[in-house]
Design a protein around this ligand. Structure first.
Ligand code: IPD
Length: 308
């Protein structure tokens, strides 16, 4: 019921903030240290670009313990618990489930690049209905609860940029910002080669609108190093489109909740359908390839993008 949901949401927001503070404390220790203490040691998981630090594990344990104490009957899925050997059937089903990435953007964290965050989602029926993204270095907390809006720092309703121009298909990719991630798979497969994907996307805009012609180009391509932060900024309206192949549930669950509550769309359809039609196949947790589209915004907004 409503009150129960509110309680879970309040608990999740506080949990995200406390966990974010743990991440930030680890950063502070490094920034105030000297020599070896300023770098962070990590262990490679599936490959040399798949990292885990002690902080990932400590924060996951803190979140897991807090949830188990407060909601012992709820299921818990965490990136590090899974990586430590939990089986495939450990992944999302219909029961009330917490889906957690204690540190999304671990590579950024190890390089002290501020784009990292705690990502906490609460899902029922396989659908994330609460999303908390705490990015402590940026002092940004994104949160959402189904039916109650998506928020930045609890006060600013998302999207912040209410662009009246629908992002797809007819107006994009011209003039848009496109975000994508490198993931952890470096194999050069036809499906997985990001450089080719980005190239075709950028060229699609150029071809549709005239190469180098006025107003026809993609404004920028971004890769933040955190799928969750990409989704948060798509919810803000800063990114028009985000794409990644090879995601896990914990990479996208909280971001999906926030973006969808802001009015954006996450789909597994490829190529993307017309977002102005009603029957867009929504992504269900459990897929690997995700594409997100920012909220369409409203037509009488004054904060929309100007073409001149
Ligand atoms: C990773 C980041 C990265 C994305 C990977 C994720 P992690 O999560 O979100 O940007 O490309 O697919 O696994 O390992 O930093 O928690």
């Amino acid at each position: 019921n409503d009150q129960e949901l509110q309680e879970i949401y309040d608990f999740a927001v506080q949990l995200g903030k406390d966990a974010g503070e743990m991440l930030m404390n680890a950063c502070r220790r490094r920034m105030q240290g000297s020599g070896a203490t300023t770098s962070v040691s990590y262990v490679e998981k599936a490959s040399s670009v798949d990292l885990v630090t002690k902080t990932d594990n400590d924060v996951e344990q803190f979140i897991h313990t807090s949830i188990a104490q407060k909601y012992p009957s709820h299921k818990f899925i965490g990136e590090e618990t899974y990586s430590a050997g939990a089986s495939r059937d450990y992944l999302v089903d219909d029961s009330p489930t917490w889906i957690v990435d204690p540190l999304d953007g671990t590579v950024n964290f190890t390089h002290l690049f501020p784009m990292f965050c705690v990502s906490i989602a609460f899902a029922v029926g396989g659908i994330p209905i609460i999303g908390i993204i705490d990015a402590p270095f940026l002092r940004q907390t994104f949160s959402s609860c189904r039916g109650r809006g998506a928020w930045l720092n609890g006060t600013q309703r998302l999207p912040l940029i209410r662009d009246p121009v629908p992002p797809l298909p007819e107006n994009a990719p011209s003039g848009c910002t496109f975000a994508c991630e490198w993931g952890k798979d470096r194999r050069d497969t036809p499906d997985g080669n990001l450089i080719r994907k980005v190239d075709s996307f950028v060229n699609m805009a150029a071809e549709r609108n005239g190469r180098g012609g006025k107003g026809g180009m993609v404004h920028g391509v971004r890769s933040l190093g955190s799928a969750t932060m990409d989704l948060a900024y798509t919810a803000m309206g800063s990114f028009d489109i985000w794409w990644e192949g090879g995601c896990w549930e914990w990479d996208v669950a909280a971001g999906m909740a926030v973006l969808e509550e802001a009015g954006g769309l996450v789909t597994i359809a490829n190529p993307p359908p017309d977002p102005t039609t009603a029957d867009i196949p929504r992504a269900k947790l459990g897929g690997r390839l995700y594409l997100a589209i920012r909220p369409a915004g409203d037509s009488d907004s004054e904060t929309g993008r100007q073409s001149q």
